[in-house]
Design a protein around this ligand. Structure first.
Ligand code: CDP
Length: 222
């Protein structure tokens, strides 16, 4: 079977990372969580305590080495050799990640790494611009969405399970704001590629969505 490049794009909380992880495990593909890469740069930037300056952040992102290690059902994230998996999904990082990922130099640095990680195929990448910019020739493109209420509910439960103390309406506002910023930025905005399959996961289980994608991968890989 041919090893494809699969692009999975969509708004915040649509379930991209859960689905991508499930698909990758089932068919033995690599999973690249590009959102985690922008979050990793944001985390590193916060550590520096520096003012929000595009040039400084751009340079920081170019020097960073980001790696993934899937283990025990968790996609562990490393920045310059330091494990940061548990530090990159806090409300502080979620708030800063959209303005930071709108910086052209940061995007170029991340996209370059993503292309290198995915060039051999047998890979699923999730993000906002995979099918439009990173791999415009990906053999399979899925645009995953769900209602904003359902996305907020899912993210809220996920955060509670991790012991992060939040309120549902705060999560909903954060998601809506991030969607707006991601869709309206000048460089690589969140939008469905023309040749992407629109998949609404509202009311669907993880397995239902993952199985649908796997079927499509198998069809294309023949
Ligand atoms: O998991 P969630 O959908 O909340 O977000 P994420 O995938 O971790 O992405 C976090 C943020 O990174 C997004 O809101 C975007 O601002 C940015 N991002 C991006 O600009 N391009 C990507 N390919 C992936 C993420």
């Amino acid at each position: 079977m041919k090893k494809l490049v699969v692009a999975l794009d969509g708004p915040a909380g649509a379930g991209k990372s859960t689905i991508a992880k499930a698909v990758a495990e089932k068919i033995n593909y690599a999973y690249i969580d590009t959102g985690a890469m922008y979050r990793a740069v944001t985390w590193k930037f916060v550590q520096t305590g520096h003012a929000f300056e595009e040039e400084f952040i751009g340079e920081l992102s170019e020097k960073m080495v980001i790696e993934f290690q899937p283990r025990d059902g968790v996609n562990h994230v490393f920045a310059d050799g330091v494990e940061i998996t548990d530090f990159i999904r806090t409300p502080e990082i979620s708030k800063l990640v959209s303005p930071l990922s709108a910086i052209p130099r940061v995007r170029l640095a991340m996209v370059t790494q993503q292309r290198r990680m995915g060039e051999k195929g047998g890979v699923i990448l999730d993000g906002r611009d995979i099918g439009t910019v990173v791999f415009p020739k990906a053999e399979l493109k899925i645009f995953l969405t769900a209602s904003v209420d359902e996305r907020a509910q899912r993210r809220y439960k996920e955060m509670l399970a991790k012991g992060i103390d939040v309120q549902l309406d705060v999560v909903k506002t954060e998601i809506a704001q991030r969607d707006y910023q991601d869709s309206h930025r000048a460089v690589s905005p969140l939008k469905q590629a023309e040749d992407a399959i629109l998949l609404d996961s509202t009311g669907k289980s993880i397995d239902q969505v993952a199985d649908f994608i796997i079927k499509k991968i198998e069809e294309k890989a023949k």
